[in-house]
Ligand binder design. Structure first.
Ligand SMILES: [Zn+2]
Length: 541
């Protein structure tokens, strides 16, 4: 058994973090947060590095829980509550020794508590947090549903409540953005959208369908008896101690109601601008654009390209006492303190156009219009930005340059558009290579060519091999790639003279604009993502 050392000293001795980084982390971390977790959160170390240090320096064995033969009789010795609270999973018992998978094998309080409570000698091994959560859900939930089965008294709803909780827990664990409950002819599919891609995680028997959907409706305060019309609702909940906002929508299909649950992780929605993945050059250009007192800044990209994150981060950056910031949104996705947010409501006639007119009478400094959908809204937004307001909005266009003709097509006087626009950001999300199974690979001839075409060279690239932490996909989390077009007098002149898109594109390219694909390839070069990912999202341009 290792002597009781402090994690900070061990990481420092291993050369992974500096004394200053530890001090700084101790200063900013929440009081109940562990040092290891805080270092992980700040990206100073990876979970893999942490595990390796604990494994090699202190001799704690590292186990993979996916295929570990867990002795389920131990579930009655260590309660689910204790396991969840302390992030541990009992594995096996040999004589007086209880082998315990722990995310933090240096958590001596937990070891001592369990030793006293059970009378066993605790022998800790390391496992990742995700694997422990999954093992807890798998084994303890199984135990609960087996125990619940013979109880005839329990209302019909109980299994549905448990199943629904499991479905939501899995969604939060996988960091899914949406959960789909898809009614089919003979079964119900539970599908999760993770990092932008939808996949089926489990199937549920058809007999559970109606009680499961009733359960969701009860949670979201919807009408249970209405099954022929679509309904929308909202749930605020704490799942696996993560505060989430769930948006529920139901849709009648031939096989029954389909339910989609959108998960908004309230802890991570509000990023800082510096955390959005802008490269250094684009970041400086964008900051300059939004720190002006007036003008129009547009964020473009298809649905699910992270436009709202960029908008919210920008507003939050500008959110000081001396600024009156008003937004008009559909829907208000995230509430920011100190900002006046208005929800569009078609039933009462509060459209983007009407809302924007009223907002402008409220003496704003900064206005955010969720989306420019028609000429009228576009025109008011343009005029507002010409009369001393900083206006943010979004458009569903592909590239930054391609947005210019779209604006002019909206029946606004070109000189108004030209003089109001400060700049345009086009954005996409790519999947990030899983940091736990990332390895170097040799680029293929084709991949080299992709780089050469954009005037870049490449010697080595990275890819994820696939591991338990990324569900064997090789990817975990997402990252934005951007292009930032800053308006200047030359572009304004070209717009007034009806220059073609390709002429404008050539001009900005010569002047050092970084296009989406270039930003993507630079991020490939840095080992953050792969060429396939960049091509998947940036090629339609
Ligand atoms: Zn991985």
């Amino acid at each position: 058994m290792a002597e009781r050392k402090r994690l900070g000293d061990i990481l420092k001795d291993a050369g992974l973090v500096s004394e200053e980084q530890i001090k700084e982390t101790l200063n900013v971390k929440k009081s109940d947060q562990k040092l290891g977790d805080a270092l992980l959160e700040r990206g100073l170390i990876t979970e893999q590095q942490l595990i390796e240090v604990l494994e090699f320096q202190l001799g704690f064995p590292h186990v993979s829980l996916y295929r570990y033969p867990v002795d389920t009789s131990l579930l009655s010795i260590v309660s689910k509550d204790f396991a969840t609270r302390n992030m541990v999973m009992p594995l096996k018992k040999e004589e007086n020794q209880l082998t315990l998978a722990m995310n933090d094998p240096m958590d001596y309080y937990t070891i001592d508590d369990l030793q006293i409570a059970t009378g066993f000698q605790i022998s800790p091994v390391i496992a990742t947090k995700d694997e422990i959560i999954q093992a807890i859900n798998k084994y303890y939930n199984l135990k609960e549903s087996e125990e619940a089965a013979p109880e005839v008294d329990e209302s019909d709803q109980a299994p549905a409540i448990k199943l629904m909780n499991q479905i939501l827990q899995t969604g939060v664990q996988l960091k899914a953005s949406d959960i789909h409950i898809d009614a089919q002819e003979t079964k119900v599919l539970i599908r999760y959208r993770v990092d932008g891609l939808l996949r089926t995680e489990r199937t549920v028997t058809k007999s559970m369908q109606s009680s499961l959907i009733a359960r969701v409706k009860i949670m979201a305060n919807l009408n249970i008896t209405e099954t022929r019309l679509p309904q929308d609702g909202r749930i605020k909940a704490n799942i696996n101690s993560v505060p989430v906002d769930l948006r529920i929508s139901t849709l009648p299909t031939v096989y029954g109601e389909k339910v989609v649950i959108r998960i908004l992780d309230l802890g991570s929605v509000l990023n800082r601008l510096s955390e959005l993945g802008f490269n250094k050059v684009n970041y400086q250009r964008y900051m300059k654009m939004i720190e002006q007192p007036s003008g129009m800044v547009l964020i473009t990209g298809p649905t699910g390209s992270g436009k709202s994150s960029t908008l919210y981060a920008s507003l939050n950056h500008l959110n000081t006492d001396d600024q009156n910031i008003i937004t008009i949104e559909d829907p208000v996705e995230y509430q920011i303190e100190g900002i006046n947010q208005v929800q569009v409501n078609k039933q009462t006639g509060l459209t983007f156009t009407h809302g924007l007119r009223s907002v402008l009478r409220q003496d704003p400094d900064i206005v955010m219009v969720g989306e420019i959908r028609d000429s009228e809204t576009a025109e008011i937004a343009v005029r507002a930005s010409l009369t001393g307001h900083l206006v943010f909005s979004t458009l569903h266009t592909n590239g930054a340059v391609a947005t210019i003709p779209r604006l002019i097509d909206m029946d606004i006087e070109p000189y108004l558009v030209v003089s109001s626009l400060s700049g345009i950001v086009a954005q996409r999300l790519v999947r990030k290579i899983c940091r736990d199974c990332k390895r170097k690979v040799e680029p293929t001839a084709m991949e080299r060519e992709q780089f050469e075409k954009r005037g870049l060279s490449i010697n080595e690239i990275y890819s994820g091999k696939g591991c338990g932490n990324c569900q064997y996909t090789g990817y975990r989390g997402r990252l934005a790639i951007q292009e930032v077009l800053v308006m200047d007098d030359e572009i304004r002149k070209m717009m007034m003279n009806n220059s073609s898109i390709s002429e404008i594109r050539n001009y900005v390219w010569r002047n050092g604009m970084i296009f989406l694909i270039d930003d993507g390839l630079l991020k490939v070069k840095k080992g953050l993502t792969t060429i396939e990912e960049v091509m998947r999202v940036a090629l339609d341009d």
